[in-house]
Design a protein around this ligand. Sequence first.
Ligand code: SAM
Length: 268
Amino acid sequence: MIIKPLSNIRFQAKALLRHLFSSQTKYYMHSPFVYDLMAHVLEQKKESDDLKTILHFRKKRSLEKDKKIVFKGIGAIQTDSIKSLSEIEKKLSAPHQIAKRYYHCIQKYGYQNILEIGTCVGIGTMYLAKANPNGKVYTLEGNKDCYEYAKRYFEEVGLQNVHLIEGLFEHTLVNTLETMKSVDLVIIDGNHQYESTLAYFRQILPFIHEDSLIVLDDIHWSEGMNKAWLEIIAMKEVTLSLDFYRNGFVFFKKNRLEKENFKIWVSD
Ligand SMILES: C[S@@+](CC[C@H](N)C(=O)[O-])C[C@H]1O[C@@H](n2cnc3c(N)ncnc32)[C@H](O)[C@@H]1O
């Protein structure tokens, strides 16, 4: 999640209204795969011990108003800014309800090779790493201070399966993909701009397989992100896309009769 510049707010409000009127709940879903995903993964209410541990960790961070990080205008937000850990926990890290969905997807589909593009201070990464301690999570971050906090936090929470890589995505993404060889789950959660999002997506494509899932965050954050999303779901490799307004899931399953793009309303 990223902080919204005023210029994008009108676009987001219209996109949200469109989504409210055109999305469907699980009760009208004819695809068995998507129904199962909605009913048994995304709307899963259970809070496991892992999730409780992460929530507790988040609560501690949300009280830290005096510890601050300088953001030096990388990615979609070009101006420099200073944010407290408390603000980061609330505004930049994936909200618990969203990150919990990734956690349950990993458990349901047994994803092993996971890539997160945009670590920030590592809150979202915790859900990915805890979901499958036998899997490997690669996570990329360009802000030195965020990287240092994330490193410390992973030690504090005792995560053994995270590879944290510092540097701009433009320098680290391809090398990381080559190291991973193949990806099961990718979360694109940084540098939410039209060109970069399409470029990252195209770089990832040679490393996916039939059961991979790519998640794009903030797909209706700006006109550029909306355009990138529409171009991505039109690509021939994408056989199923799910637009949850806040983020979008794309699948590459080959056994589908035809490409389907759903707009979905999931209750938390
Ligand atoms: C929305 S935050 C990630 C939140 C994280 N996934 C979570 O849920 O806790 C996006 C992060 O991407 C980083 N970022 C943005 N553009 C980047 C780029 N081009 N290269 C490297 N890091 C970048 C920012 O520094 C920021 O920390």
